[in-house]
Design a protein around this ligand. Structure first.
Ligand code: NAD
Length: 443
């Protein structure tokens, strides 16, 4: 099959590489010319495990190509995937500018039947807007060519994106035309072999499914953070509570880890956008508002603990910060809790020595050179001369550090663990003052 993908970011590149991997011919289009020229040279601009090898192999075999010429993209694929960003607008609703601009490009250039596939996360009703945009662009040039618009939201997780795409738990397709449905079923057949994962539905339900999934996951996180905040106040241990409730199969263990809040390019914006969609249709989404409010406060909970420890005086203090990416195995720092922690520390007059296994360049891009932020090469270097260690992202390499080195390097041995990765009993034995989430401080 010939496939064009508009948008060569996390979703577009992974989708392109995986479709090429199973034998399709894929052309990835992006308006960012620098990105395209790097991709043409085999340089993958994002960190995603396994992506570089897969993309380079398929590019060498000629099945994966890149262009910044949108007309070439429209001419190429029967399937025209839209995988561009849908960032939050000023009021929190999804900004559809990029999606509709691709729709216009397709309508302005198409010469034959095309299946336009919305893979970006877009509010209910967007497929209709895409369709109108394509139609009006064709009308402007006085042509009328058949096309279908399909919703195919993406559920991959950054850090596991390749395996999520190759072995998806479900493939959601919102489609009205039965013939198009069969073409999509065939397109996805290589990823749908062991059991039926292809779930076809109407377009609006598919669009809402993506938001509902992300809102549910964000709700689990905020719920557990709320329980953690209660646990701290009543003298309970949230990790025991987590164990206790997770063993109920109706609840389960996944996504009930307390921490410093959710971040990333999806949950924050998607919860907000769904809330705005509800408002637009006359519904007040109170659970979603609470999920956001809890998350907003949770991101500063670690800094509040530091203020409590240092007698509300963080001015002049240096904090070693481990973990900048919004979660392990990615370099993505969009809406990362680390950013809020760093910015709150600066506001309180503290400075930061930060280390992350892969997000250092991204941090440099975001913050540049500043006297109150040292981006260092190793986790140990971050500790040098610092007054405390804050763990913000639960990278595996932070799980079992040399605590003697931590004790030696910090001016006083105190750890603020935003991910509950250390054992409070061990910290006590080692003589480290230990703050975590939803557990009584030790030491
Ligand atoms: P991204 O910001 O990494 O990439 C978007 C790309 O689109 C950029 O390279 C940008 O230059 C390009 N672009 C913008 N306008 C364009 C145009 N007119 N033509 C061609 N390219 C254009 O975004 P992402 O993280 O890949 O997310 C894309 C969409 O997928 C969003 O709607 C997002 O919510 C959704 N999504 C993301 C994830 C994730 O984990 N990142 C998971 C599922 C769904």
């Amino acid at each position: 099959m010939k496939i064009t993908i508009f948008g060569s970011g996390y979703v577009g590149l992974v989708t392109g590489a995986c479709f090429a991997e199973v034998g399709n011919d894929v052309l990835c289009v992006d308006i960012d010319e620098e990105k395209i020229s790097r991709l043409k040279q085999g340089e993958i601009p994002i960190y995603e495990p396994g992506l570089e090898d897969m993309a380079v192999d398929n590019a060498r075999e000629g099945r994966l190509r890149f262009t910044s010429d949108p007309a070439e993209g429209v001419a190429f694929g029967l399937f025209q995937f839209i995988a561009v960003g849908t960032p939050p607008d000023e009021d929190g609703s999804a900004d559809l500018r990029h999606v509709l601009s691709v729709a216009k490009t397709i309508g302005s250039n198409m010469e034959d039947y095309r299946i336009i596939v919305d893979k970006s996360t877009v509010p209910v009703g967007t497929a209709d807007l895409v369709s109108e945009q394509v139609k009006s662009a064709m009308e402007e040039r006085g042509v009328s060519i058949d096309y279908d618009v399909v919703s195919n939201p993406e559920f991959l997780k950054e850090g596991d994106a390749i395996s999520d795409f190759m072995k998806p738990e479900r493939i959601i397709v919102g489609v009205d035309n039965p013939r198009t449905k069969e073409l999509l079923r065939n397109l996805y057949a290589p990823f749908n072999r062991s059991h039926e994962r292809f779930i076809a539905m109407d377009v609006r339900s598919a669009e809402l499914t993506k938001y509902a999934a992300n809102a549910m996951l964000a709700t689990k996180i905020s719920f557990m953070n709320e329980i953690a905040n209660i646990a701290e106040r009543v003298g309970a241990d949230v990790e025991a509570v987590r164990h206790g409730i997770g063993s109920d199969s109706r609840i389960g263990f996944s996504f009930i880890y307390p921490g410093v809040g959710y971040g990333g390019s999806c949950f924050p914006k998607d919860v907000q956008a769904l809330e705005k969609t509800a408002v637009k249709y006359g519904y007040d989404a109170r659970i979603l508002q609470a999920v956001e409010a809890v998350n907003h406060d949770q991101k500063v909970s670690l800094v509040d603990k530091m203020k409590g420890h240092f007698g509300n005086e963080l001015k002049g203090k240096t904090i070693a910060l481990w973990g900048l990416a919004f979660k392990p195995n990615t370099d993505d720092m969009r809406e990362a809790p680390s950013r809020r922690v760093i910015e709150e520390l600066w506001a309180a007059g503290a400075s930061v020595r930060a280390y992350d296994p892969v997000a250092m360049d991204e941090a440099r891009r975001i913050y540049g050179e500043r006297a109150d932020l040292k981006l260092v090469e190793t986790s140990e270097d971050a500790l040098k001369g610092a007054d405390a260690l804050a763990v913000v992202t639960e990278w595996r390499v932070f799980r079992s550090p040399d605590f003697e080195v931590i004790k030696q390097e910090l001016s006083s041995p105190v750890i603020f663990d935003g991910r509950n990765i250390y054992n409070p009993d061990l910290m006590e034995q080692l003589g480290i003052t230990y703050y975590s989430i939803g557990r009584i401080p030790r030491g």
